[in-house]
Design a protein around this ligand. Structure first.
Ligand SMILES: O=C(O)CCC(=O)C(=O)O
Ligand SMILES: [Fe+2]
Length: 263
């Protein structure tokens, strides 16, 4: 069976493996106290609205939470983690000036949930440009991810765009990893949530980062209230989309992005 490379906490190694294999794991990056704070922030909203997202794709025994930055300030340290930024710089900036969060979702796969259908996250964009990756995903294990509790299933090498219907079980592996680890995969890499055969939930936080000239999957300007957005530091607001892309329109006098005028 193919496996996912595990590399050290270094953006050069992680980006190289991600581009080569379509996926890579960096173990034990986020500290336990940060994970605890994020999990505590998610608990209330998970219980309140987590099951409002159930459907055939998301599953019916899985709690989900979108608009992460509306629910957890601590999560900003995960969404804008320097390792993620380093990997996104290397992979996405080949094709854009700036990238943004496409969507961010907490996923609690509960006991009894089955396998999610294999898919490509970037398939919601109805076109492809050969050689251009539209987005990458960073899936953080907030609890341990194991083969038994539904660790993300991944098909390494599937960024070759092979038809999903041709994929056989021997091409699949699972991103088993201790909590605090991060699985990166390309938007074109085939993957899915796994079956939870245990008696405890498996909780992950998945964020996509997309090229700055694409429409973000989630409308962050509406899903995170403006007053809340304004409390975040500049680099987080920029990731949410509060920035220009390139030197053309959308830059106004006094705009911090006005440096484009001088370039
Ligand atoms: O929960 C997971 O491990 C993956 C979920 C996923 O791929 C998705 O919902 O797009
Ligand atoms: Fe997915």
């Amino acid at each position: 069976m193919v496996d996912i490379q595990r590399v050290k906490n270094d953006p050069d190694s992680a980006a190289a493996a991600l581009l080569a294999d379509g996926a890579v794991i960096v173990e034990s990056v986020a500290p336990p106290d940060l994970l605890d704070r994020v999990l505590a922030d998610f608990r209330g909203p998970f219980d309140e609205q987590g099951l409002k997202f159930t459907n055939d794709f998301n599953g019916y025994q899985t709690r989900r939470l979108a608009s992460i930055l509306a629910h957890s300030e601590a999560a900003a340290d995960i969404l804008a983690h320097p390792l993620v930024m380093g990997v996104a710089d290397r992979v996405l900036k080949r094709h854009c000036e700036t990238y943004r969060i496409g969507s961010s979702t907490a996923i609690e796969i509960m006991p009894g949930e089955g396998n999610q259908v294999l898919h490509r996250d970037d398939d919601f964009y109805p076109i492809r440009i050969p050689g251009v990756e539209f987005q990458i995903s960073a899936m953080w294990a907030l609890t341990d991810f194991t083969r038994e509790n539904g660790a993300t299933r991944v098909v390494p090498g599937s960024q070759d765009l092979r038809p999903i219907s041709d994929i056989t079980p021997d091409q699949e592996t699972q991103a088993a990893m201790p909590r605090g680890s991060v699985l990166f995969y390309l938007g074109s890499a085939v993957h899915a949530g796994g079956r939870n055969n245990t008696d405890k939930p498996r909780t992950g936080l998945i964020t996509t980062y997309s090229l700055g000239w694409l429409r973000q999957e989630e409308n962050m300007y509406l899903s995170v209230p403006r007053e809340k957005a304004e409390t975040y530091p500049d680099h987080v607001r920029r990731l949410m989309g509060y920035q220009s892309h390139g030197r053309m329109l959308g830059v106004y006098p006094g705009d911090p992005d006005g440096h484009w005028f001088d370039a």
